[in-house]
Design a binder for this molecule. Structure first.
Ligand SMILES: CC(C)(COP(=O)(O)OP(=O)(O)OC[C@H]1O[C@@H](n2cnc3c(N)ncnc32)[C@H](O)[C@@H]1OP(=O)(O)O)[C@@H](O)C(=O)NCCC(=O)NCCS
Length: 184
């Protein structure tokens, strides 16, 4: 079990409450945010259900991010299978992180702070062996967040990612192992 809330220097990360869904959806729907997401259309009912289901899902550690009691974004950690043959230790051995922050608070290090907490959760309480994240190569803010937290670019997919406005563009996958995180 994960202990919530998780406090960072400036932020509080916690599971969603029903009243968070509106503010979260409003942030997610901002064009500057949607622009960099894979899923551009969101069904509000499914979105709400997913957040509320996550509260009791041991493999979905999605968290609302609060600054001084105000929801400014969210940060997710999904527990997924690593690559490997069935029945081995690769099953549910990896964490996959993601984040969304309100553009009004951009560039203050909040995503980096929240993502750091999620990676620490993955390697700490959850005991996972590897954490990954993916992004469009053109998403420079996200690239920077992943590099600032010490993740390694492990895959550069040349024009492997479809973007509604930009067409076929490059994608990156980042990764870090538990022992690398510990040795940072
Ligand atoms: C990606 C995102 C979460 C970053 O949030 P944030 O709180 O601004 O992130 P941080 O402040 O921790 O770090 C952002 C870094 O990117 C840099 N950056 C931002 N825009 C940039 C740009 N266009 N070019 C180069 N660097 C850029 C910032 O300067 C900062 O780096 P620095 O600390 O070295 O100055 C936010 O922009 C967002 O929600 N984007 C839309 C959703 C999204 O892309 N989610 C991730 C999908 S993979």
């Amino acid at each position: 079990m994960v202990t919530w809330p998780r406090k960072t220097e400036r932020l509080t990360l916690r599971p969603a409450r029903p009243e968070d869904i509106g503010p979260l959806l409003a942030i997610r729907a901002l064009p500057a945010v949607t622009r960099w997401l894979i899923k551009t259309d969101v069904d509000p009912v499914q979105y709400r259900d997913r957040w509320l289901r996550a509260i009791n899902d041991p493999y979905d550690h999605s968290a609302v991010v609060e600054l001084d009691g105000r929801v400014i974004g969210d940060c997710g950690l999904g527990v997924i299978d690593g690559m490997g043959q069935p029945g081995g230790p690769s099953e549910r051995s990896e964490g996959q992180i993601g984040y969304i922050f309100h553009p009004g608070v951009a560039g203050r290090g909040y995503a980096t702070e929240a993502a750091t907490s999620m990676v620490a959760l993955a390697f700490g309480e959850l005991g996972l062996r590897r954490v990954t994240a993916g992004c469009f190569a053109d998403n420079l803010a996200s690239v920077r967040v992943l590099e600032k937290i010490g993740m390694r670019r492990e895959q550069h997919g040349v024009r492997d990612s479809w973007h509604a406005e930009l067409g076929w563009i490059d994608g990156y996958t980042y990764g870090i192992l538990a022992e690398e995180w510990a040795a940072r």
